[in-house]
Design a protein around this ligand. Sequence first.
Ligand code: PLP
Length: 379
Amino acid sequence: MDTITIPQSMLPEDARFGSGPSKIRPAQVEALDRAARTLLGTSHRQAPVKDLVESIRTGIARFFSLPDGYEVVLGNGGASAFWDVMCASLITRQAACGVYGSFSKKVAASVASAPFLEDPIVFESEPGTYCVPERAEYVDTYCWAQNETSTGVQAPVYRIDGSREQGALIAIDATSAAGAIPVDISQTDVYYFSPQKAFGSEGGLWIAILSPAAIQRAEGIKRSCALEGARRWIPPFLSLTSAIDNSLKNQTLNTPSISTLVLLGEQVKWLNENGGMAWSAARCKRSSDIVYAWAERSAYARPFVTDVDARSQSVVTIDLDDSVPQAYVTAALRDNGIVDVNGYRKLGRNQLRIGVFPSVEPSDVEALLACIDYVVEHM
Ligand SMILES: *Cc1c(COP(=O)(O)O)cnc(C)c1O
């Protein structure tokens, strides 16, 4: 196949549009450079790294305007590990799960695999839509994703009617939403994410914002598992109470990637200095609006998500006509250094997926779209 050469002047300044890992800004890499002799390769139990963790925790608390009593907790293993933390340490008996794509489905699968929990009650809808669980008797934890990264759908986050009366927790997978889509944390008990999406860091870490009720729940489950004859096991690595104890000391249970923390710390500072959640959410909205408007105008592309309110402002999915194969387009873009705009493989659609997290410049989004048009015109 002939390669298409996009004119240099059309190319985005930074051509990383992945939905996670996502673009890491040069200033973050400079921070890594500064940390090279002072933080990297030094103990995470000593002040310099602990101070960095503290600045991350207070910076995240500020970014999300945390209500009294909420804590920022972190641990190793990413959001996928946190699903198992929830199974081991947070769900008492039964969860209800909203399932509308690959990531939300994996949460339900984790819950279903825990032998000491009832099967979850699953509220499912078609890819491209969302489905928030409804109140159900005996449920103690409601789980759904604020942004389903596999389909580019964003869902509202709120306390389900009657859930507080039944003492149930609201647990939100915010991995590709946190930092890009606004949220009122008081509507959640557990708001968790990994830092390689809107926070432009690297993978391997999970961060969870916990309400007093969630902290109490974890302590209660730990106590009940310690009772004689208890059949439920909390693997030490999945213990939320240990993660809380360590986080309050600005540490993690085991050794973290210090470079990930440095990149994250720099991003949290940058987001707060620029205007916090309102600023970053507006920036992502602007970038995503640019893509949706382009697709609406396009002769060969259209937004995958038909409900305008459900269209994600961090991960934009665009369907292409069959005459424009995404594999061809993404290969041509990659030949020109523009990467990671392919759709989610398992969704199996002729689709582009564009990460428009706060680190991405809206002007680069415009350049990307011009490059896509160029490739299609020269196909
Ligand atoms: C990326 C992603 C995950 C997985 O994150 P890991 O850090 O790779 O475990 C989970 N949920 C959502 C919504 C995601 O976008």
